[in-house]
Design a protein around this ligand. Structure first.
Ligand SMILES: [Zn+2]
Length: 330
């Protein structure tokens, strides 16, 4: 049970000084993971936070690939798909990069709504193959921040392997990375996994366990979470059909494009933006809601048919992989 988390700049999950509003307790935090408990809120709110951190936080990923040369053994579309999935640093994307669909400075893409990366490699060694890594992607603009730089974590500083070239094989790609959301395509997901649990002892009976012989043995209880809950508070839920869960246990793992604290703050901010939009729709004449003046509610997701997705005029490949499935399945 470590220090309370103050909810960052947004304050929606502020320290619960007067037993009012949601309370967040961070139990464990690492470079990519955070384990926290959310209390004093409804199941619906906790689940909204879960969904927001999975799919509502803007990040940057390669979206268009202009293939100038490709004499490798891999087809263009395959490489475009691989490039789309390479994690790119996304700190500050929410505030410092426009969505191309909302960008007022361009029709296709520009420095305010995209980051350009170049990938050029040729194998000149007759006897050895050349491995091309994400670290070979070079940003070709003069941004001062790290947005769009490949995330390199391995000890050799190489990043994910993209392809291998044999003698005289060559590639020359120009990649346009854009801001997007995971609900458009999974390549923009900031999280790899979000564990979510409440009522670890299943006293509320919200869950019916499927089992072969023994549900207790086949569904092990998370002891840390089970001990966290106040046994007395939950003791009589069997006799109270209106009993509510008292704590929600999150175990969030990022993919490296954002720090865990940015992911949680980003999720809360995404929820705030949505609520602001609803309130502003209900009161169209009102500027700002509940002290949230200046929130750019327009900087959010728009339906698929309004997006310049896979812009054909650019002549590049949509680095989306399976975009057909995305369109039909959305
Ligand atoms: Zn633009």
């Amino acid at each position: 049970m470590s220090a309370l988390y103050n909810g960052g700049a947004y304050g929606a999950v502020a320290i619960d000084q007067e037993d009012q509003g949601p309370k967040v307790t961070v139990r464990k935090v690492g470079s990519d993971k955070v384990d926290f408990v959310l209390q004093s809120c409804s199941l619906g709110f906790a689940n909204a936070v879960r969904r927001a951190v999975i799919a509502e936080i803007p990040t940057v990923a390669i979206d268009l690939v202009d293939i100038n040369t490709n004499s490798s053994v891999l087809p263009d579309e395959f490489l475009a798909h691989r490039l789309g999935l390479i994690p790119l640093h996304s700190r500050g994307v929410a505030d410092n990069l426009n969505y191309t669909r909302n960008c007022e400075y361009c029709d296709d893409h520009c420095d305010r709504c995209s980051v350009t990366l170049r990938l050029r490699a040729k194998c000149t060694d007759e006897h050895n193959i050349l491995k091309v890594f994400a670290s070979h992607l070079t940003r070709v603009d003069d941004r001062a921040d790290s947005i769009g730089q490949p995330v390199i974590r391995d000890p050799n500083g190489e990043g994910p392997l993209i392809l291998k070239l044999r003698h005289n094989q060559e590639i020359d790609f120009t990649c346009i990375a854009k801001k997007g959301l995971a609900k458009e395509h999974a390549k923009w997901a900031p999280t790899a996994a979000v564990g979510f649990e409440y009522d670890p002892l299943n006293k509320l009976k919200h869950t019916s366990y499927w089992f072969e012989k023994d549900p207790i043995e086949e569904w092990p209880v998370d002891k840390v979470n089970a001990e966290w809950e106040d046994a007395d508070e939950q003791a009589d839920v069997a006799n109270n059909p209106d009993a509510q869960p008292s704590a929600f246990f999150f175990d969030l793992e990022g993919v490296g494009v954002l720090e865990p604290d940015e992911i949680v703050e980003g999720g809360v901010k995404a929820l705030q933006l949505k609520l602001t939009e609803i309130l502003q729709s209900l009161n169209p004449g009102q500027d700002g809601v509940n002290g949230m003046n200046g929130v750019d509610a327009g900087d959010d997701y728009e339906p698929m048919d309004q997006q310049p997705y896979d812009a054909g005029g650019y002549g590049g490949y949509g680095a989306t992989g399976g975009y057909g499935a995305y369109q039909s399945g959305y």
